[in-house]
Design a protein around this ligand. Sequence first.
Ligand SMILES: *Cc1c(COP(=O)(O)O)cnc(C)c1O
Length: 217
Amino acid sequence: MSIELNLKKIKKVVPQDIKLIAVSKTKPISDIQKAYSLGQLDFGENKVQELIKKAETLPKNIRWHMIGHLQRNKVKSILPIVYMIHSVDSIRLFEEINNRAQNLKKKIKVLIQIDISQDQTKFGFSFDHIESIFKSNELERFHHVSIDGLMGMASFTEEKRIIKKEFLSLRKLYNKYKKKYSFKYLSMGMSGDYKIAIKCNSNMIRLGSNIFGSRNY
Ligand SMILES: *Cc1c(COP(=O)(O)O)cnc(C)c1O
């Protein structure tokens, strides 16, 4: 199936008020151009070098989302280009983003990644850690970071019951602190589980293989 048809099909079933990030990691420029020609402007990448290279070539009105684990020494190079960082998973990373953004006189949109899954491979704050941070107000000193919401990845499992439970745990945290931090986005749901995520009130989904086909690493 073509990228154009995939995207059209997805847009038909996904409500308009849900932000769709097209995850283009490992995919060529030409694939991004196809989605772009249909009006898709939000693209997700998980490697800094790849994101920078693609951004150099592609139209400037594309909004680049950094969705993968971000190393602090890469923050400086990505800040001038990135629209939103979905994967802030430590206070030290917050600090680095804030300091570099201050130098650029910018305010950077971020999501805080929460480790909601049973898998050992995922990054993110634990629920206990982030709750103690939220209660302590220690994020308030990061004036150059706009905390736009929370992001989580569910376990890789066929068991919908587990996925749903994980999404609901993130929704609960989101709702608890939504007012205090003026959250806008609850980013959860990938190709395999976005329908469950939407039922759990996700308003930002990140789809790769559903749009661009499976990836060969
Ligand atoms: C790769 C990736 C996605 C997209 O995965 P698909 O299963 O191809 O839709 C979404 N979110 C993150 C954080 C990713 O790394």
